[in-house]
Structure formats: structure tokens, C-alpha cells
Design a protein around this ligand. Structure first.
Ligand SMILES: [Cu+2]
Length: 256
């Protein structure tokens, strides 16, 4: 009896945690983020209904068949029931995976025409961003030119290069952005909650990541892979600006 009440109360508390609006996801600032949230809602509803039904049945069975001094009876399994719930689970999980894969693929596999390209460099314990500058071409880099103290974390060879290197990621709202993520030492992770994108940055690899932010503002970029003693201070920000404001910012960077 008590166990049945405990199961029912715990299940209800879990469901209420998801239904309440207070502790929920931060604002979504891109079409991808909204598609992702919509998919998450579908998943939560499907799983939530199954969860509530399963816990309700469990509480009911515990209550209905509780020990009242009767002789225990044995059952020998039910093939049809097992077949049904295994199939229902398989269809639910595969269906949700297939429905969600398009959202994932859009970010990782499909390029947009004429994106703003930005190189992202992760190292213990900072983020750096590189823009191609007025000529639209990224200058050559080499390991021996890397000079963190001199403001050259990428190792740009040509001292007169017009490339722009910054500590914050500035992008215009409403334009496709294509990041190329690189790490100089260990695995880091590029994460922007409001874009619902999260990607490991792996040394030795150049990993593309695409997004299009629609709302201006400043959003945190915390490194989300434990990468060493200074991991907690490895944070940067995504600054989404209006198109005109971004052009002005770019010109200001170029004149430095
Ligand atoms: Cu890190």
C-alpha cells in the first residue's frame, strides 16, 4: 500500500517537474533551435505518456496484488504481451530518431550559400576567432608563428595579414555562419545554449558547425568538455548584432 503511494507520488513529481514553466530551456534564437525544441517536446510527450502509463500500472499492480495473507500464485510469462511492448518501444524510439535526424543533419552536413566563415580555435583555456578580413581569404598559418602573448594564437605567418582575430564571436543576425572548429591541445566543446548547438572540438580535426542567429544579444559560450585545471574559466561569448552594426564593427577591427 505504502509502496504504491510512493511510486505514484514520485511519478507525479517527475511529470510536474517537466510540466512547470519556471525551470525550462533558455530562449531559442534560431530556426534550428526552435525545430530542436519542437522535436524535444514531441519526444517528451511520447515518453511522458508512456512513463506515466507504466508507473501508473506499476502502482496499480503493487496495490491490487498486495499481501493480504492469500496464497501466492505463479505465472509463466506471456509471449504476446512481450512481443507487443517490445514492438511498441522499438517503433517509438526508431520513429523519434528518424523524425529528429533531419534537424541534426542540417547543422552538421548541409551548407548554406555564402555563409560568413569564422575559424574557431580552442586551447587551454581560451577561445579565439578569426575572420578573413577585406580580401575574403584566410591567411596561411604555421605552428612556429603561434604567439599568444603577441596576439597571434592561430599562428598567422604574414605579419601584415588583414585577418581579424578576436576573443568574442561577433556575427550579424539573419546571416548563415559557418564555423570551422579546431583545437590546439586537448578536446574542448563549443556550446551555445540559445542556439541548441554543442560540438566537441578535437585536436587534429577541422569540424564545421553551422547556425543562423536571428535575435541580437550576447550569449555565453562556455567550454563544455572538462579540459584541465582552468576549464571553469574557459568561456567566451557570442555577440549577435544587426547587419549594419556588424559591418561597422568589422570596419573598426580592420582599422586597428
Ligand atoms: Cu576547454
Amino acid at each position: 500500500m505504502h509502496l504504491a503511494i510512493a511510486i505514484a507520488s514520485l511519478a507525479t513529481a517527475c511529470v510536474l517537474l517537466f510540466v512547470q514553466p519556471r525551470w525550462w530551456l533558455p530562449e531559442a534564437i534560431s530556426a534550428h533551435a526552435r525545430a530542436y525544441d519542437a522535436q524535444l517536446h514531441v519526444t517528451l510527450w511520447v515518453i511522458g505518456v508512456l512513463f506515466a502509463a507504466a508507473q501508473g500500472l506499476l502502482a496499480f499492480a503493487v496495490f491490487r496484488f498486495r499481501d493480504r495473507g492469500q496464497t501466492p500464485s505463479a505465472t509463466a510469462g506471456n509471449h504476446r504481451l512481450e512481443l507487443v511492448w517490445t514492438s511498441v518501444t522499438a517503433v517509438a524510439f526508431l520513429g523519434l530518431a528518424i523524425a529528429g535526424q533531419g534537424i541534426w543533419a542540417a547543422v552538421h552536413l548541409q551548407g548554406a550559400p555564402n555563409p560568413l566563415r569564422v575559424e574557431v580555435l580552442a586551447k587551454q583555456f581560451a577561445w579565439s576567432y578569426r575572420y578573413a578580413g577585406p580580401d575574403g581569404v584566410f591567411s596561411a598559418v604555421e605552428v612556429k608563428s603561434i604567439d599568444d602573448a603577441g596576439g597571434n594564437p592561430f599562428g598567422v605567418v604574414d605579419a601584415k595579414s588583414d585577418d581579424i582575430v578576436t576573443a568574442l564571436l561577433h556575427v550579424p543576425a539573419g546571416r548563415a555562419v559557418e564555423l570551422r572548429l579546431k583545437s590546439r591541445d586537448v578536446i574542448h566543446n563549443f556550446f551555445v545554449r540559445e542556439l541548441r548547438i554543442k560540438q566537441d572540438v578535437v585536436p587534429g580535426m577541422t569540424i564545421p558547425l553551422r547556425f543562423q542567429a536571428e535575435k541580437t544579444g550576447r550569449y555565453e559560450i562556455p567550454c563544455s568538455e572538462l579540459c584541465g585545471l582552468g576549464h571553469h574559466q574557459m568561456r567566451s561569448a557570442l555577440v549577435v548584432m544587426g547587419a549594419g552594426e556588424f559591418e561597422a564593427w568589422l570596419r573598426e577591427q580592420q582599422s586597428r
